[in-house]
Design a protein around this ligand. Structure first.
Ligand code: AMP
Ligand code: ZN
Length: 113
């Protein structure tokens, strides 16, 4: 499948990887919007939140456990951070492989644009 994040997950495209296990991979965003900006993705191709079902929903809790571990390692668990998922056109999703952004080490504005 011609999916850039599947290619990152299987090593066909290089990334600045910060974590990997059998189910997920985390890597620095190529175009960071904060001093810390990484993405966590499942290795399996799931398009978006629209494709979460009873069958695959456990990957989401796993992703949040990985985020919990990584924010501690990066020392932003106390200062705070933002976890973002963009879904579809109006959500601003540009890569159609579900991913969670984690942004930190600066004060983020709210609401988003
Ligand atoms: P979204 O707009 O929510 O779909 O987010 C896609 C994110 O993927 C953007 O923040 C991009 O900067 C990032 N991105 C695209 N290609 C790569 C890549 N090859 N390596 C790392 N991050 C990427
Ligand atoms: Zn994919």
């Amino acid at each position: 499948m011609d999916c850039i994040f599947c290619k990152i997950a299987n090593g066909q495209i290089p990334s600045k990887k910060i974590y990997e296990d059998e189910k997920v991979i985390a890597f620095h965003d190529i175009s960071p919007e904060a001093p810390i900006h990484f993405l966590v993705i499942p290795k399996d191709h799931i398009q978006s939140v629209n494709e979460i079902s009873e069958e695959n929903a456990n990957i989401i809790s796993h992703i949040f456990l990985v985020i919990n571990k990584l924010v501690r390692e990066l020392n932003i668990e106390k200062t705070g951070y933002r976890v973002v998922n963009n879904c579809g056109k109006d959500g601003g999703q540009s890569v159609n492989h579900i991913h969670f952004h984690v942004l930190g080490q600066r004060e983020l504005k709210w609401p988003p644009g």
